[in-house]
Each structure stands twice: as C-alpha cells, then as structure tokens.
Design a protein around this ligand. Structure first.
Ligand code: GDP
Ligand code: MG
Length: 438
C-alpha cells in the first residue's frame, strides 16, 4: 500500500498547478490503492470524499505548491481517520485496574495480555496478575503460565476446571485480596464468532466488571476484521482495540477500517513475537507509515528506550538536522544490537525499501564487519563519508580486513538512509508526533 501511495505522490510532486480534473484523477488512484489493500469500501468512499472536498475547496488550487499541499491533506485526513489523537489506556494508580482481553483465536490475546502486564509493570511499577480463562485448550493455560514465569508476573489458573466464569470470579477475588493493581483476564477465542463464546464473554464481563475491554485484532486481516470488531463491540461494548502483527508486510488496512467503522480507538500495536514488541498507537505516525513517509519518530522512540536521555536527545537532534554521521552510527551499533533486529528499526525509517535495508543489514556477523570498516576510517571520513574516494576505500578495506565491495555497500546504505531521513525533514510532522510513552 505505501508503495502505491509513493507512486501517486511522486507524480503529484512533479506537477505544477493542479486543476479539478487532476485532483479527481489522483483521488481515483488513492481509492483504488485503498480498495486493493482491502480497506472497507465505506471507509474509502468517505475518505476520498473528504479529501476531494478539501482539495477542491481552496487549499490546493490556490497554493504555491499544490502537490505538497495535497499530500498534506491526504495525511491529515488519514490521521483523522485513524482516530486523530493518541488514546491512552484507562489506568488509575492506587485502584484495582481490571482488563479483559477478547478476540478471535490466534489474534494474539494471550501474548498481548503478557505484553501489557509487562509494560505497565515496568513503566508504572504496577503489580499485575494474569488470569487464565481460556479453558478449552489445555495448552492455553500453560502458555500464559510460561509467559508469566518468564516475566516474573503472577498467573492465576485452575487446571481441570471447565468453568471460565468461576475462574474469573476467583481470579478477581485473589487480585482484590492480595492487592494487585492490575489484573488482566485472558479469555478464549474461536476461529469465528459464535453465540456460545459471546455468551460466555458477556458473563465474564458481568462478573469482573472490567475497566478496559480490549479487542485484539490480527493486523494482517483486512476487511474481515471489521465485521469481527463490529460484532464484539455490539455485544461487549469494548473500550479499545489492539492491533497485533503489525510487523508484517500488510500494514494499515485493518487499522483504517476499524477505527472508522466502530469508532473505538486503537490503543496499542503489537510489532513482533517478543514480549517487548508493543507500542502505543500514534495515528499520525501510522498515517505516515501507510503513506510511505516512514516513521522516524517511532524509530527514535524505540532507540530512546534503550539509551539514556541525554544521548537520545542528541541523536534526535541529529536526525532532525540530518547531521547523523558514521561516528554516531558506530556509537549506536552496539546499543542497537541489544534491541534485536535492526531491520525492524530500519523498516520504520522514512521511505525504507527492501533494497536499502539489505544494504544496511547489520544483524549478526555483519555488525562486527561494519564496526571494523568504520573504525578504519579517519575521524573526518566518518563525519563526511562523501570525501572517501576510490583509493581511500581500498585502504579502508585493507585496514579492516574486508573487501572494497563491503566498504561500498556500507557507504551506499548509509547514504540511502540519510536521503530517507531528508524526506522527513518537515519539522511540523516531527514535532507533532513527538510524545513520550506512558
Ligand atoms: P490468542 O489465541 O488470541 O491468545 O493468540 P496468541 O497470543 O496465542 O498468539 C497467536 C500467535 O501470534 C502466537 O504465535 C504469537 O506469538 C503471535 N503473535 C502475537 N502477537 C504478535 C505480533 O504482534 N507480531 C507477531 N509477529 N506475532 C504475534
Ligand atoms: Mg490465547
């Protein structure tokens, strides 16, 4: 989807003045791109209608840079469509916060329950309890117990008891008596919505009286997820959505459709199988991501949580001023290593494409090599890689025990990333999205 948008936008940028017909034409292309990405038809219609009205109204035609202006409208509208502002979880310190996870089988309820418990334990110093109410698969209880043990978070479960409502009741009782301040109920799912399951969920809801009912939706599903979300919302009046598996290739389709259709906010996104792979949902960042502008801010946030504040501020400045050089790069390599896969970070960078990512792949053995190459450069070369000519490349390769091709690949990859960062130099976008995690 974001490739499609990038093509549309590239065409737009080349144009000088836009007329009404141009706008209709671009709008038609946007519509096609969204429909192809399996975004709900009604959503697409409303979206392109809003854009058309605003664009033809005045903003674009009278502007000096109509192409840019139009792109801005598309991004604004998409941000609005995704919920506009960021929505935080409802949690109150000093009271018992009760969360209930619901969703289809395999959506990621159990994993996400553990992720949230872990996140709030770390960031809010909460003492969480997980309650296993999925009694239909013995493996499901075990799964939660394993996750709890891994995270040192208590789990309430009953084996050989097929009474999810009773378990919920006793889990809540334990939580109250032992003063947990967050209790998360993991529930069963089905491959499709069925009445018996819904009945059970309604009863659990009545029993535990949750402060948040979080619908977990597999972000890789398209339109279908809208019907599911609708049904869960109708019967349970959910309080928010969590989109999982947003680390995959198909991003955005479900996000766009769900918020618009059920009018409930997406609160978090799951971005991988690891228990730290969870992020707040930022509508404007997601809009940028879908539109292919990348997401340098999420990148910085993720990097930030691994670094001390001072360093992070410096890095952020440098990103913004496009002042980031190979010295900084080297500095980050080690820290970045501890964050796991670098490509997941690079994917968030503006305009990231597969080719550039390959060039920048620093995982595993490559890291050592990259380090060696950079260390073989002079300080000045690291600051201005542009001055490194052919003979210096040879010398650097020799000095680092690599081939000239390796040096070239590193420099090219670095250069491409810098170009990507440049695309993101609009300070308004950068400032607007800048927020701390809860
Ligand atoms: P449940 O049936 O709704 O409880 O789903 P689970 O929590 O058991 O998750 C189903 C599968 O999806 C597991 O293999 C998880 O590791 C995986 N999963 C969950 N969230 C994410 C995510 O954000 N990204 C990826 N890649 N996998 C996820
Ligand atoms: Mg489960």
């Amino acid at each position: 989807l974001n490739e499609k948008f990038q093509n549309i936008f590239a065409q737009l940028k080349r144009k000088g003045k836009l007329n009404e017909k141009d706008i209709q034409e671009v709008n038609r292309e946007i519509k096609m791109a969204l429909l192809e990405a399996d975004v709900n038809f009604k959503v697409v219609k409303q979206f392109t209608k809003n854009i058309g009205e605003r664009a033809i109204g005045q903003e674009v035609l009278s502007s000096l840079t109509p192409g840019q202006q139009f792109i801005k409208i598309v991004k604004d509208e998409m941000t609005t469509l995704l919920g506009g502002e960021i929505e935080r979880m409802d949690f109150v310190q000093g009271r018992q916060n009760v969360y209930m996870m619901v969703g289809l089988q395999g959506a990621g309820k159990t994993t996400t329950a553990a992720k949230i418990a872990n996140l709030l334990k770390k960031e809010k110093k909460f003492k969480p309890l997980l309650v296993a109410c999925d009694v239909y698969r013995p493996a499901a209880i075990k799964q939660l117990e394993i996750l709890g043990a891994e995270l040192k978070i208590d789990v309430y479960s009953e084996h050989d008891v097929k009474d999810p409502i009773g378990i919920a009741k006793r889990g809540l009782q334990k939580s109250t008596e032992e003063h947990y301040d967050l209790v998360i109920f993991d529930t069963a799912g089905r491959l499709q919505i069925d009445e018996a399951l819904m009945d059970e969920l309604v009863k659990i809801k009545e029993t535990i009286n949750p402060t948040e009912i979080l619908l977990t939706v597999d972000g890789m599903t398209g339109q279908e997820s809208v019907n599911v979300a609708n049904e869960f919302n109708r019967l349970l009046d959910i309080s928010g959505v969590i989109l999982t598996k947003m680390d995959g290739d198909t991003r955005g389709g479900a996000a766009l459709s769900i918020t618009y259709t059920i009018g409930k906010a997406i609160k978090y996104i799951g971005t991988g199988e690891k228990l730290t792979d969870i992020e707040l949902f930022y509508p404007d960042r997601m809009a940028s991501r879908i539109l292919g502008m990348g997401d340098v801010l999420s990148f910085i946030d993720k990097a930030q949580s691994m670094m001390d504040d001072e360093k992070a501020k410096e890095l952020e400045e440098k990103f913004r001023n496009q002042d980031f050089d190979l010295n900084d790069f080297l500095d980050q390599i080690k820290q970045i290593e501890s964050m796991g896969s670098i490509s997941s970070l690079l994917e968030m960078m503006p305009g990231a494409n597969k080719k550039a990512m390959k060039n920048m792949d620093l995982s595993g053995a490559n890291t050592k090599q990259t380090e060696a190459i950079i260390l073989s450069m002079t300080k000045e070369e690291r600051h201005k890689p542009g001055i490194i000519n052919a003979s210096r490349r040879k010398r650097i390769a020799l000095g680092s025990g690599t081939k000239v091709a390796d040096v070239n690949r590193l420099l090219k990859g670095f250069d491409q990333s810098k170009k990507m960062m440049k695309q993101f130099s609009n300070p308004n976008i950068a400032k607007k999205g800048r927020m701390k995690l809860p």
